[in-house]
Design a protein around this ligand. Structure first.
Ligand code: SF4
Ligand code: SF4
Length: 143
């Protein structure tokens, strides 16, 4: 079994299409949606774990998505949150498109769930204390 986490970005024109469901119907792939959101600009973001019987089957499904105009990427970098610097102001949660950053209530603590992060870097430029940052991670090709 081959399994991989990928980040899909759907342009406005295809954001409403049920393309991901076709991965199962047409290409026999299994998927687990880790996170999904549509931005104000109507673009769609989705973090998926895709499983298939082989790398070749995975590639066919990914190529199908790309042909439909979907951007498919694998994070070359990862985001970190420096807990010693974070003041839990919440500014990053307002811009995070995948809800990887959220406020835990009633403690009102800002939590970072790296599994949901699409590495869009919006939090990095938004954080007033520079608690959010980028570090290099292992690179993997996507189809
Ligand atoms: S914007 Fe920065 S300081 Fe504010 S909660 Fe997010 S990580 Fe913490
Ligand atoms: S880079 Fe920051 S804003 Fe973007 S998905 Fe990850 S945690 Fe959210």
């Amino acid at each position: 079994m081959y399994s991989k986490i990928v980040i899909l970005t759907f342009p406005r024109e295809v954001a409403q299409k049920a393309l991901v469901c076709q991965l199962t119907r047409k290409y026999d792939l299994l998927f687990n949606i880790l996170s999904a959101k549509i931005s104000n600009k109507k673009e769609g973001y989705m973090v998926l774990e895709i499983s298939s019987v082989s790398r070749a089957a995975f590639n066919k499904g990914v190529n199908f998505l790309k042909e439909q105009g979907v951007s498919v990427s694998s994070p070359e970098h990862r985001i970190y949150k420096d807990e010693e610097i974070c003041t839990h102001c919440g500014a990053c949660t307002a811009v995070c498109p995948t809800e990887a950053l959220y406020i835990k209530r009633p403690q009102m603590e800002v939590i970072f769930d790296q599994e949901k992060c699409s590495v869009c870097e919006l939090c990095v430029v938004t954080c007033p204390t520079r608690a959010m940052g980028l570090f290099s991670a292992e690179t993997q090709d996507v189809a």
